[in-house]
Design a protein around this ligand. Sequence first.
Ligand SMILES: NC(=O)c1ccc[n+]([C@@H]2O[C@H](COP(=O)([O-])OP(=O)(O)OC[C@H]3O[C@@H](n4cnc5c(N)ncnc54)[C@H](O)[C@@H]3O)[C@@H](O)[C@H]2O)c1
Length: 382
Amino acid sequence: MSTSPDSQCVRVGVIGGGLMGKEAASAFGRWFALLDVPVRAELVAVADLSEPALDWFRQVPTVRHLSTDYHQILADPDVDVIYCAIPHHLHEKVYCDILDAGKDLLAEKPFGIDLASARRIVDKIAATGRFVRCSSEFPFLPGAQRVIAEASSGRLGRIIEIVSAFHHSSDLNPDKPINWKRQVKYCGEIGVMGDLGMHVAHIPLRLGWKPRRVFAQLSQIWSQRPDGHGGMADCDTWDNALIHGELDLGDQTGIPMRWETKRLSPGATNTWFVEVLGTEGGVRYSTAEPKTLWTFRRNGNTQTWTREDLGFGTPYKTITGGIFEVGFPDVLQQMWAAFLCERADALEGRFGCATPEEALASHQVFDAALRSHKEGRAVEVN
Ligand SMILES: NC(=O)c1ccc[n+]([C@@H]2O[C@H](COP(=O)([O-])OP(=O)(O)OC[C@H]3O[C@@H](n4cnc5c(N)ncnc54)[C@H](O)[C@@H]3O)[C@@H](O)[C@H]2O)c1
């Protein structure tokens, strides 16, 4: 492999230049905003089947290789790392090709279309020894970091319950045309859990909170949508999923932990929410109020929820003033900084991206949710 003129610069190739491929380009385009990241990154190559998608990347000055064939990007010796953001039915084949080509990978969730596929990807990572992580950006929000710190602090007492949720609402409109995310053959049988599930699984799994048993309620609310050509198409994925889990922690067994993923949640645009309640303390954060952190304390009979205004307290410092608000593009860039620092063995105790093992564990929970719904009973997570 040839070396970059700047040995600290990681050369990134994107496979899939759609919604998320463009977001990655935006994160690299303002890398100079990061103050304390020892690794530089540049987007140098993009592969997409669609010429219009590739055309968008012509305006990115660092991009020097565009192709409709991703194999061309994989054969490029001047690409170190691949970000792959393509439909779920292609994950296994393309991720394995990336690893066989000797590239490191930031993979998109759900990390394979189903549990079996995720297992084969994890086996391939072990066989090739490449550095791989799974995309999940919300834990890099300052509010989410505070939730993690509170939950790990030992200040919460005995845990009463945990909720981790991600709610969308654009699918409420039955006139919204079908796309690949609403069809089992592209999105997977897990449906909305594949789309939104890694986002609700990442923090609980990182805290060691994998449910032992789950009972799931899966709903399909619209079964057809306009096909965009004057007809109707089957919309056969689950729209909403409520996974009621049981968690064992120390001497506490059966702690309720609910993972919610909803495409039809009235009024919610992209609301990611986490709440952990204990007998002595609690913590609650939602992107619906992105600046606000709620913490709970009990002192004898006095119970107090405290509201705190958060600033720009991201894991990696940036040029942005500490009083300003954080948004989606910011946390995406933070996730990329964590990925590249961990790859360079320079994470220095900061929060790391979701691991392949965590992605696999999320699939184990979603697979159990499918079984639970089918059988109408609580099932063990394998
Ligand atoms: N992390 C997040 O917040 C987040 C948000 C949305 C989507 N995603 C994930 O990102 C992935 C992509 O989702 P999206 O919303 O960007 O989808 P998208 O439909 O906007 O983009 C997918 C792109 O992949 C391209 N493509 C399809 N087959 C290809 C192939 N063989 N070679 C090269 N390009 C190909 C398509 O032409 C399209 O441009 C999915 O895994 C999805 O779950 C993650």
